[in-house]
Design a protein around this ligand. Structure first.
Ligand code: AMP
Length: 299
């Protein structure tokens, strides 16, 4: 097992100016593991209730995802409801019901403990810390988060941040965490808090990578079809780390390519609601879009 992903496996109700979908499959872990599965065979850690669709569990297995660390517990799956404004970068959380996640105390299956890469995707930072302590000697630890945890668990979040190599956050979260408007200055502040690489996701404006040694900008795909922006950030993270796991190198050139693969996966996710597009996606489509990205920035 070389990539382990800890995250949420949820049911989401999503409203965009065009459409409303109720209780569709979502969650940070879901988007991440599906995106990563195009490059590697990740193991997942999380919990769902009895109402989580069996078809999705089967889909995970069909994509080569190891589901041994995903528990099915009596009760209801974590539920999230969000609404998008006309500007797809603006999202309001309408409801969050933690449900089975409330009493979740993960125990990693033995064969997950030797993971090379650990991705603490967006979930309660106390659970992130708990899992981190159970992995023996990971070569790369990455984390993601969300405004909800910055508002409710800031101290725990900073604790985890201090122990990771890569921090993924969107522009709003970075500003919330640092009280700094300028993203370069904010990113530098975050580099002082532990990670050696900060990846700032800026929605339709792409991603900004900052380390002590380099700055890289990965564009977003200039897409006309944005049906549902949910999961773009998680798909970015899954594509990024899945690619690094596949090439088994964390050299600067590979990190740059990983960021473009992250953008490629995110660009597909938003073309349809929920996980629909990731479900039908092929490796050829990924490679073709990667080539389009290369053309896009060549001058
Ligand atoms: P993204 O659009 O990449 O930020 O991720 C959206 C996903 O995050 C949705 O599918 C939600 O189910 C999930 N989500 C919402 N709230 C939380 C939370 N507090 N912790 C973890 N995941 C969440």
């Amino acid at each position: 097992m070389s990539l382990v992903i800890v995250g949420t496996f949820n049911l989401d109700t999503i409203e965009t100016p065009q459409e409303r979908r109720e209780r569709i499959v979502g969650g940070s872990g879901t988007y991440c593991c599906l995106a990563a599965s195009f490059f590697t065979a990740p193991g997942i850690v999380g919990v769902v209730g009895e109402d989580f669709p069996k078809d999705t569990l089967e889909l995970f297995k069909a994509k080569g995802i190891d589901t041994e660390g995903l528990l099915v517990k009596p009760g209801k799956t974590f539920f999230w409801e969000g609404r998008y404004e006309d500007d797809p970068n603006k999202r309001t959380t309408i409801a969050t019901e933690v449900n089975v996640l409330k009493s979740f105390r993960p125990q990693l299956p033995d064969h997950y403990r030797g993971a090379d890469i650990l991705f603490l995707a967006n979930i309660d930072p106390e659970l992130q810390e708990d899992i981190l302590a159970q992995v023996n000697n990971p070569r790369l630890v990455a984390m993601d988060t969300m405004n909800y945890w910055i508002q409710t668990r800031a101290a725990s979040l900073l604790n985890v941040l201090n122990k990771v190599d890569v921090f993924f956050a969107n522009d709003e979260e970075v500003r919330m965490l640092t009280d700094e408007l300028n993203l370069i200055t904010a990113g530098k502040r975050l580099l002082e808090k532990g990670p050696s690489l900060v990846v700032i996701k800026k929605g339709e404006h792409g991603a900004l990578l900052l380390s002590k040694d380099f700055v890289f900008v990965a564009p977003a795909y200039p897409s006309e079809t944005v049906l549902d922006p949910t999961g773009a950030g998680d798909s970015f993270g899954g594509g990024f780390l899945g690619y690094l796991d596949n090439v088994d190198s964390y050299a600067e050139g590979d990190i740059r390519k990983a960021a473009v693969y992250g953008s490629v996966l995110a660009s597909f996710t938003i073309e349809k609601f929920g996980i629909d597009r990731l479900e039908s996606l092929s490796s050829d489509e990924i490679e073709n879009r990667f080539a389009e990205f290369q053309k896009l920035v060549s001058f």
